[in-house]
Design a protein around this ligand. Sequence first.
Ligand code: SF4
Length: 70
Amino acid sequence: MSLRIEIDRGRCTGHGRCYMLEPELFDVDDDGLPIVLAEDAGPFRDGAVHAAGNCPERAITLRDEASADR
Ligand code: SF4
């Protein structure tokens, strides 16, 4: 099972809590908005849950996906 991180850029206000808390999962673009670094965040599940739970705007969604490697 892989884990996809999605950011709703319409909700995100760009204050940066996600990329300060979990820099292995998020970076920041030139507009100050986060970008997701990990295509599959499965190995970093705890960090992804931590970031999503600490986003004040509830802009981070986590989706479990079946692995496509079969
Ligand atoms: S914590 Fe949430 S609102 Fe703040 S920059 Fe990250 S995604 Fe955007």
